[in-house]
Design a protein around this ligand. Structure first.
Ligand SMILES: Cc1cc2nc3c(=O)[nH]c(=O)nc-3n(C[C@H](O)[C@H](O)[C@H](O)COP(=O)(O)O)c2cc1C
Ligand code: SF4
Ligand code: SF4
Ligand code: SF4
Length: 488
């Protein structure tokens, strides 16, 4: 059932071919797309095919790939670049890594197709250095592709030549943003710059450059071979093809899935993902990683496509999907994501550099029980101001987890600041561990595990916790076999 809901295009070869053997890729139809482009199609026809397929960038922004290629093709230049963005910085996301480890040639083939389409001659794969296996397999793939004559000089006996190299990122999230990535590739600080000019006009070394995501690229050879209509027939009106997601959090089937656009969140979480772990209640799902937002049970019937997710104040992002249950505190979740972006801000512009810190501080105050209704109002104001004024996508989307959790879980924020309670029982400063008198049998187990000796009571007597000394570690609750300790 769940398997039937999946459709593999970008991951079509992963797990089925030997990624270290080019012949294995060729036997699965590999490099046929490039051969078709070079033998039967003009560069313009390749671009028109991309446009007609409706494929949009899978790196987050969802920009139409054919349109981007069309822009780059219009600029005359001695050198033009195709850059593969394999920086993949979203916490918990590993779609691109899996593709590069399982099917590196599909990305190389697509880069060559892209170069042919825009009149390019050079390509670079920008990959995070923390992906050693993907890097190793890419190196092997490039070497084998050069030996076979599908990369390098006079590819397949034509006058089209395309050289490829690899550059390494050092794990900064912002370096996945295309202008920061270009700065980093040129040896500069990994900071974004204002557009225009867009990379398609003046990118790497100021030459026309197309930057494409790994998953976007991996789908392209299949589109060329099977045709634009085939791809365009999958998905919704505005979002074509499939999307790879990394399912994580409180879900039974964690891991990568590839599903057609237009599938509902309900189908993904409850069927493909096998539902919420341990029979607990579904509370929310975060799509779009740290830049996205939380969706609740009210949104479960939403069809997954770029526009529908934005309409629910979340986003597709690169494909992280984190499921939360009744035990997750939404204020803490928002704080977790803001802490991530606060640490990853490049510091170039004030709204993001200072604003992320101020938002984090306000959330921290709320989770410690020191917040007020005024803080909630300030959080909204700061979030909206940062969205409007930050220079790049990192800052512009940083407040999304705050705004979206406030929108759907306002009562949880209010409980923290007015009642000084954390309804999910997560924020330790708002919790008390207490012994339920009529359940305690005086077995002394809790007393023996307490690391700060704050439980008193003799054997066979009701035990008592000294609230002032308790550090809320939860060890006693885990140890009690009689459910006599509760968190409230
Ligand atoms: C903070 C930030 C991080 C990003 N990280 C990535 C990334 O890791 N991989 C990626 O492909 N795109 C990332 N992007 C999007 C890129 O800027 C760019 O839109 C994308 O690589 C274009 O490829 P596509 O059109 O195939 O999606 C990021 C954007 C922002 C604002
Ligand atoms: S928004 Fe943040 S990450 Fe982007 S340029 Fe400004 S400081 Fe840097
Ligand atoms: S472990 Fe439970 S039953 Fe035993 S003394 Fe502690 S609270 Fe009472
Ligand atoms: S929560 Fe930890 S510190 Fe507090 S009473 Fe239980 S064991 Fe002791």
């Amino acid at each position: 059932m769940a398997e039937k809901k999946q459709l593999r295009i970008a991951t079509r070869n992963s797990g089925f071919i030997d990624p270290e053997n080019i012949d294995s890729y060729i036997a699965a139809g590999g490099y046929l797309g490039l051969a078709k482009c070079l033998g039967e199609m003009t560069p313009d026809q390749v671009i028109e095919t991309m446009k007609a397929s409706g494929i949009r960038g899978r790196g987050g922004a969802g920009f139409p790939t054919g349109v981007k290629w069309g822009f780059a093709s219009k600029y005359a230049s001695d050198d033009k670049y195709v850059v593969c963005n394999a920086d993949e910085g979203d916490p918990g996301a590993f779609m691109d890594r899996a593709i590069l480890e399982g099917d590196p040639h599909s990305v190389l083939e697509a880069m060559a197709i892209g170069a042919y389409a825009i009149g390019g001659n050079k390509g670079t794969i920008y990959i995070r250095a923390e992906y050693p296996m993907a890097i190793e397999r890419l190196k092997i793939a490039i070497k084998q592709a050069e030996e076979k004559g599908v990369i390098g000089k006079n590819i397949m006996g034509t006058d089209f030549s395309f050289d490829l190299d690899i550059k390494y990122g050092a794990g900064a999230f912002v370096c996945g943003e295309e202008t920061a990535l270009i700065n980093s590739m040129e040896g500069n600080r990994g900071e974004p710059y204002t557009k225009p000019p867009f990379p398609a006009e003046a990118g790497y070394w100021d030459k026309p450059t197309i930057v494409n995501n790994v998953e976007t690229l991996a789908s392209i050879p299949a589109i060329i071979v099977k045709g634009a209509e085939w791809f365009n027939g999958i998905g919704t009106e505005t979002s074509k093809g499939t999307k790879v997601f990394a399912l994580a959090g409180k879900i039974n089937n964690v891991g990568l899935i590839e599903v057609p656009m237009g599938i509902t969140l309900q189908e993904v979480i409850m069927e493909v993902g096998g539902g919420v772990r341990d029979g607990k209640e579904f509370k929310a799902v975060q799509t779009g990683g740290p830049s996205g937002g939380a969706l609740t049970y009210k949104d479960l019937d939403v069809k997954i496509d770029y526009e529908s997710l934005v309409a629910c104040q979340s986003m597709m992002g690169s494909g992280g999907m984190i499921v939360m249950d009744q035990d997750d505190c939404m204020v803490s979740i928002a704080k977790f994501f803001v802490e991530f972006t606060m640490e990853e801000t490049c510091g170039k512009c004030t709204p993001c550099r200072i604003g992320s810190k101020r938002i984090y501080e306000a959330l921290d105050k709320i989770t410690m029980g020191q917040g007020s209704l005024e803080d909630i109002e300030k959080l909204k104001q700061m979030s909206n101001a940062i969205k409007d004024t930050a220079l790049c996508g990192l800052g512009q989307t940083m407040p999304n987890p705050v705004l979206s959790t406030m929108r759907v879980f306002e009562d949880e924020y209010t409980a923290h600041v007015v009642d000084k309670k954390c309804p999910a029982g997560v924020c330790s400063d708002l919790l008390e561990f207490v012994v339920v008198d009529d359940k305690c049998v005086g077995c002394t187990l809790c007393k023996r595990v307490c690391p700060v000796d704050c439980i008193s009571g003799n054997a066979k007597e009701i035990h008592v916790i000294d609230q002032a000394a308790c550090i809320k570690c939860g060890a006693c609750l885990d140890k009690c076999k009689f459910d006599a300790i509760i968190k409230q």
